[in-house]
Design a protein around this ligand. Structure first.
Ligand code: CMC
Length: 431
């Protein structure tokens, strides 16, 4: 923990308490209230954690007002444009960009861990064919702790390292198998001569009767989608992973918890919900009706892919995603794609609408990703699994960081209790 150079004074009923203030490398100062309950006997109240820093971290920084996202100090635009997913994985996990030799070793390690224990294929067959692939992923990733006993000891740094590599390597295989299972096609094994993104595309789209020739432009676009989703600071699923891990749970159980949290439509499920919304809108002339619904407080409808807890400016990931959507659709010869037309016009109208301007609601990463994924041939149900596999490295990096902090504690929030005070039990005949 950084040394506090400033303090704030809190006065309650005439008694004063000095609270240390920590100054981060970037971003607002952080008031340290860890000793507050012990000293003053009060809790703080912050449902939704809108003003709470839950941990120290050196991995990712977001300036929501300026629309800035950096990983280990490198802007996301540079990483998406100049780097690639496995290099970003290395950066997130180890804190520095790899040398050529380090990258080669890392890529080889990940590539050599992509196969799943053969018995896991049997495990998939226990699911209904119409299961959502996210349901399968929550189950299968949780079940990895039953297959890989030699990497569940969180106190052994080597086992932690092996679990990290296994999760990053096997997640595309699991996501692709979940997809193949739900469409009734045989599983396609990973191939070690392909890069991470190409291998995933092939595992999804090849069939025994016909191999899948990976288009390098699509593979690059896929890799960029992975990179843009790799980590995002203490979001809901990452905080879920950290909370699950705080009890000492094994890494596979923690990542399964993160996948479950990601599934919700306010978080990673928004990419599926967004594309379904664009389809429901269907044509540019229906946009005003949906804008009106989004602004109507009596209607639960929200513009999916819009708004963010932290960004009060354009999500920098959305800017790259839109460029990528244009490139992919042009390559596929579908640049007159009606969904892209609806999305572009919806963005234009919303950004000039006083409601969205006043509330600082901008397109987020999920607004354009679905258009690219659908153009590549993925069904909407695969959008969130792709987010989950991309985010695995972020979850794992945050998990490793948490475990290497000697001061880490079990996460145990308190509450503002508004229920009944202690009362006498009434026998059933007297109620
Ligand atoms: N459409 C219409 N109104 C909205 C929207 C939206 N998409 N998002 C927020 N608002 C309004 C909301 O009604 C509220 O109005 P008021 O102050 O009058 O009550 C105000 O803006 C603030 O919203 P909030 O729900 O208090 O903000 P939050 O920080 O708790 O929620 C959010 C953030 C992302 C859950 C929310 O913006 C949302 O539901 N967006 C749609 C879902 C979505 O795209 N999620 C993906 C987020 S990015 C990727 C990820 O994290 O996984």
């Amino acid at each position: 923990m950084s040394e506090a150079k400033k303090t704030a004074t809190l006065t309650i009923d005439g008694a004063s308490y000095e609270l240390p203030i920590h100054s981060p490398t970037c971003g607002p100062d952080v008031l340290d209230i860890r000793k507050l309950y012990g000293q003053a006997g009060v809790f703080t109240y912050d449902p939704g954690f809108t003003s709470t820093a839950s941990c120290e971290s050196t991995i990712t920084y977001i300036d929501g007002e300026e629309g800035v996202l950096t990983h280990r100090g490198y802007p996301i635009g540079d990483l998406a444009g100049k780097s690639h997913y496995l290099e970003v994985c290395y950066l997130l996990l180890y804190g520095t960009l790899p040398t050529a030799t380090e990258l080669e070793t890392f890529e080889t390690t990940i590539t050599r861990h992509t196969m799943l224990h053969e018995q896991m294929a049997t495990f998939f067959r226990g699911f209904r064919r119409d299961a959502h692939p996210m349901a399968i992923m929550v189950g299968v990733v949780g079940a990895m702790s039953a297959f890989y006993h030699d990497s569940t000891d969180i106190n052994d740094p080597l086992q932690r390292e092996i679990a990290s590599h296994r999760l990053i390597a096997k997640m595309p295989t699991i996501a692709a198998m979940a997809y193949k299972y739900t469409i009734g096609q045989p599983f396609v094994s990973p191939r070690n001569d392909l890069d991470y993104a190409s291998n995933f595309l092939r595992m999804c789209f090849a069939v025994p009767a016909e191999d899948y020739e990976v288009n390098p432009i699509l593979s690059r676009a896929m890799d960029r989608i992975f990179t843009l989703h790799a980590d995002h600071e203490q979001n809901a699923s990452t905080s879920t992973v950290r909370l699950a891990s705080s009890s000492g749970a094994n890494p596979f159980a923690c990542i399964a918890a993160g996948i479950a949290c990601l599934w919700g439509p306010a978080h990673g499920g928004a990419n599926q919900a967004c594309l379904e919304m664009l389809k429901e809108i269907g044509s540019v002339d229906r946009i005003p009706e949906f804008i009106a619904r989004a602004k109507d407080k009596s209607d639960p409808f929200r513009l999916m892919g819009f708004g963010h807890r932290v960004y009060k400016n354009m999500d920098p990931r959305a800017t790259v995603m839109k460029q990528s959507a244009d490139e992919v659709l042009e390559l596929l010869g579908v640049d007159d794609n009606p969904l892209l037309q609806v999305a572009s016009e919806l963005e234009r109208i919303a950004l000039s609408d006083p409601y969205f301007k006043e509330k600082k609601l901008f397109p987020n990463v999920d607004f354009y990703s679905g258009i690219i994924l659908e153009a590549m041939g993925f069904p909407t149900s695969m959008f969130t699994p792709i987010f989950a596999m991309s985010r695995t490295v972020g979850w794992i990096s945050q998990w490793k960081e948490q475990l290497s902090d000697p001061g880490h504690k079990i996460g145990r929030p308190r509450q503002l209790y508004l229920g009944e005070d202690v009362r006498a039990y009434t026998d059933i005949e007297n109620r």
